[in-house]
Design a protein around this ligand. Structure first.
Ligand SMILES: [Zn+2]
Length: 217
């Protein structure tokens, strides 16, 4: 906690002056371009690896970057974020970003989880479709650890779940919304994106270089 408190002081004394004008503007409203769905993991820092500023990303985070399908009990929270971002904020992109060495994926894969954690048990049940998805994605990088391959398959599965929400499906069909499957490789501090043609995740900067006109998926 001391590090957090020191950080608050540092922000107040050193950073705040250069951000005051921006926050004064943001106090009047937000218009982010993107809903960014990520794991709650402390090492996943979207604003850092995407070099984004306050006001740029509408972020929804939970254990394991789960998007339960529409109609499931747990889908209410994810659905609220999706509906607010699409219907109220009018975002043009939704990113689901998984990451390497994800504790939620390891727990789902190996059953490695604490006793007396019934909520965590139930939540990780949402990873089960991704376990099956992993078997259906043979082109994912076979050199990855199984938990990382699961994590990548899980991102693809959450994209499918997003399409169960009418607010998403209708806008995707109308060309007003793009869904993006991303994965953060912690060890290499690198963002990968799913390349549908290759059937696997590739460094996003490579995909951007190959596609100078249209941003890659
Ligand atoms: Zn995680």
């Amino acid at each position: 906690m001391q590090k957090l408190l020191d950080g608050i002081r540092d922000f107040h004394e050193r950073v705040r002056p250069s951000y005051r004008e921006r926050f004064a503007r943001l106090a009047l409203g937000q218009s982010p371009d993107c809903l960014f769905i990520a794991c709650a993991d402390s090492r996943v820092v979207p604003n850092l690896f995407a070099s984004t500023d306050p006001g740029d990303l509408f972020v929804a985070r939970n254990v394991g970057n789960v998007v339960p399908p529409l109609g499931s009990e747990a889908g209410v929270a994810a659905g609220a974020a999706v509906e607010f971002a699409t219907l109220v904020l009018g975002v043009r992109d939704v990113v689901v970003c998984g990451h390497s060495a994800c504790g939620a994926m390891r727990a789902a894969l190996l059953g490695d989880r604490p006793a007396d954690a019934p909520n965590l048990d139930r939540w990780l049940g949402h990873v089960e479709p991704s376990l099956r998805r992993m078997e259906r994605e043979p082109r994912l990088d076979g050199s990855l650890d199984p938990e990382d391959r699961l994590s990548q398959a899980h991102v693809l599965q959450q994209i499918d779940h997003l399409m169960t929400y009418p607010a998403v499906a209708q806008r995707v069909a109308a060309g007003e919304l793009t869904l993006r499957a991303w994965w953060f490789d912690l060890a290499h501090a690198q963002v990968l994106a799913h390349d549908p043609e290759a059937g696997r995740f590739r460094p996003l900067v490579e995909l951007m270089d190959e596609s100078a006109v249209t941003p890659p998926p």
